[in-house]
Ligand binder design. Sequence first.
Ligand SMILES: [Zn+2]
Length: 309
Amino acid sequence: MPPLNVGDTVRCEPNTHRTNQWKCRKVVADLAGRSYEVETEDGGKYHRNRRHLRQSKETPTVADDMEIENHIPAETTMTATPAAEPTVEGAAEQQTTTRSGRTVRPPAHLKDYGKSRSTPKFAEMKRRINPRDSRINKKDRRKSKKKSKDNSKIVERQVPKVSSALFFQYNTQLGPPYYVLVDTNFVNFSIKNKLDIVQSMMDCLYAKCVPCITDCVMGELEKLGPKYRVALRLVKDPRFERLPCMHKGTYADDCLVARVNQHKCYIVATNDKDLKRRLRRIPGVPIMYIRQHRYSIERMPDAFGAPKV
Ligand SMILES: [Zn+2]
């Protein structure tokens, strides 16, 4: 950028975002380097970087219009006073004209600029009375949105009853002999780990255990086909108790969960993660599973044979 001389007329970049107007200024001093001291029409002096200044051939005075049209060099314009420069601020009082002779009119939104604004009238809104206020006559009052309670209607709610067996911290219905509902995969895993079901249960709980097979579990084992015929033969052992099913469907997981919800006298033996998660939501039901080639049990503090975790 070419350097400026003292006395040059410049336009100055606005330092606020509120206006786009490049104001007309006069350079008064060269401050060794890239910055200059500029003077405004009202005598204020500012330091501005060269970047924010644009050299202008115009003259701040309106009277010099003719001279600018004749391309009068900067020496003559520098004598002109910047007092009459065309700005918006001064336009309210005095009419200013452009070089072409057009009258400069300030934009309408700047009309109130600088004047004190009236405060917002939120207080008046606050003073208004609520249309539902009890002080208003009843016929004029707006009806309240709340519906009056209809006592004749009985609200029905389905809340599962908590078993009385869970009155104490432990399940009082559980006790030797333990009845263990056995799941399909528990039988299969026991065979894989070469564990005798009844014997291993007794090793875990140190008490007599009766494994129970529901019709649904039996059906599942039968459906698994000839590969699982060992399992099928195993559950037909006389030591196993057979529980007949009266419900709809044959899904063993639902069957076991429903039974456990109804009666709190069972332990459930399963290795199925999803079923275990479902059972954990039901209070008072210990879950037996295979771990480290042994039977283990959770939620049963007095199972002394279970491996310590
Ligand atoms: Zn069933």
